[in-house]
Design a protein around this ligand. Structure first.
Ligand SMILES: [Cu+2]
Length: 136
């Protein structure tokens, strides 16, 4: 190898060295949030208010509830077997709810008014196990 070739070879090695070793490390991503909120239990705790009526052993809690027009009300069964029958004046699209011992039933009130209801097993119209939904 003559001197000219040695220099060329040396430059080639330097060039390879300069080119290798590049490529920085990639950014590490942040982990996603894990888990979702658990489902509502069938006979878990019920906090009355804010669109939630607790269906207790012989009463609804609260008895009288006010919700905004277009809002939903959910009845959460806590104890015993109860049904819900709506009494006149009826709110359009709000159907009676059959007898259940657990679970949650939801009805949406799209018109203003005061809508009474009762459990036929433990009450009657305006008496015993009954309640009202008021949409002002
Ligand atoms: Cu009842």
């Amino acid at each position: 190898m003559n001197r000219k070739c040695q220099i060329g070879f040396a430059l080639l090695v330097i060039g390879l060295a300069a080119c290798s070793g590049g490529g920085g490390t990639g950014a590490t991503g942040t982990g996603g949030t894990s888990g979702t909120t658990g489902g509502t239990g069938g006979t878990g705790t019920c906090t009355p208010g804010d669109g939630v009526v607790c269906v207790l052993s012989i009463s609804f809690s609260p008895v009288d509830m006010t919700v905004n027009k277009g809002s939903s009300v959910s009845w959460t069964w806590q104890q015993g077997v109860h049904n819900i029958v709506f009494d006149p004046p009826l709110s359009p699209g709000v159907d009676d709810i059959g007898a259940f011992s657990e679970g949650i039933a939801v009805r949406t009130f799209t018109t203003t008014g005061t809508f009474p209801y009762h459990c036929t097993i433990h009450g009657g119209v305006g008496t015993g196990m009954h309640g009202t939904i008021t949409v002002p």
